[in-house]
Design a protein around this ligand. Structure first.
Ligand code: NAP
Length: 283
């Protein structure tokens, strides 16, 4: 029997753990399938306050874990397989072990949708990214690509023009999905070029991205496009499948909260990207 279980080992999970542990609640934190969350997939983090020299993403999350453990957080490897939130204490099953808890903090995050190409995960953090705010600065004066045709892709492309010499938006159709105003801004920007009806077939470069092979989906023609960075902006998926039918979500599966962090079930709280579709930042 626990006072509080925290699901997720990203920034939100460890922040919750530090506060809960210092409140003497002896939290149990279940890591989830991607220990350290999205920060574990990044390299240098330059915009986390308190680290003027920057810090590596995995190192930042390692320190958060150490801080949470110092105050008595118990960290459990593995995933939650079951969650029955119909009555309190809640009944959870993690790695075949049953846990009962008075409160649950869901900090299971969201994952970027990727293209699913060979070697993609090796190149994430080495040129391939899902976050222009995080990694755009590294491409000063270079050529970069953005995949997608929605608001996120336009926002990323416009933001990247502050640094990059040229931004290639690679979209699988000839029409954008983005809102009119974002489209207009992107189309009017002289540093943005559009590769319509195009898809990325292959990543080029060993260890770090050097470019992509693009296919014109109408003619079938292929071409090499040298790039120092590729930003994949084809949407995010919140990690809420386990709570379907129990916790209220929006149309995309993000948890709905009121008063900051309360879900529709008393005793179940949400923190971080699992409910925040807008900011998606470690801070
Ligand atoms: P989105 O609107 O779902 O757009 C995803 C884009 O990625 C679409 O253009 C889609 O192409 C493309 N795509 C999806 N899967 C792909 C694949 N496997 N390969 C290549 N392309 C693929 O997602 P989003 O842009 O992240 O936006 C999510 C929500 O947040 C939206 O409601 C958006 O309005 C909102 N948002 C708002 C702002 C803002 O107002 N400033 C900023 C960001 C996000 P198709 O068009 O062909 O389907």
């Amino acid at each position: 029997m626990r006072q509080v279980v925290i699901l997720g080992s990203g920034c939100a999970g460890y922040t919750a753990a530090i506060y809960a542990a210092r409140a003497n609640l002896k939290p149990l934190l279940v890591e989830g399938p991607e220990a350290g969350g999205q920060l574990s997939l990044t390299t240098e983090v330059e915009n986390f306050p308190g680290f003027p020299e920057g810090i590596q993403g995995p190192e930042l999350i390692r320190r958060m874990r150490e801080q949470a453990e110092r105050f008595g957080t118990e960290v459990m490897r593995g995933e939650l397989q079951e969650a029955d939130l119909s009555r309190r204490p809640f009944r959870l099953v993690a790695e075949g072990r049953e846990v009962r808890t008075r409160a649950l903090i869901v900090a299971s995050g969201a994952r970027a949708r990727w293209l699913g190409l060979p070697r993609e995960m090796e190149l994430v953090g080495h040129g391939v990214s899902s976050c222009a705010t995080c990694d755009g600065f590294f491409h000063r004066g270079r050529e970069v690509g953005v995949v997608g045709g929605g608001d996120s892709a336009m926002e990323e492309a416009i933001f990247l023009t502050r640094f990059a010499a040229r931004v290639h938006v690679i979209h699988r159709r000839a029409q954008l999905r983005a809102s009119r105003i974002m489209q207009d801004r992107a189309l009017a920007n002289p540093r943005i070029e559009f590769a319509w009806n195009s898809r990325v077939l292959e990543y080029l470069g060993d260890g770090a991205l050097e470019g992509v092979v693009l296919e014109d989906m109408i003619t079938g023609a292929t071409r090499r496009l040298p790039l120092s960075g590729l930003f994949v902006a084809i949407g995010h998926v919140p990690n809420t499948a386990l709570f379907e039918g129990q916790l209220e979500t929006d149309y995309d599966g993000y948890l709905l909260v009121h008063d900051g962090s309360l879900t529709n079930v008393p005793g179940v709280f949400a923190a971080g990207d699992v409910h925040d579709r807008h900011y998606r930042q470690a801070i």
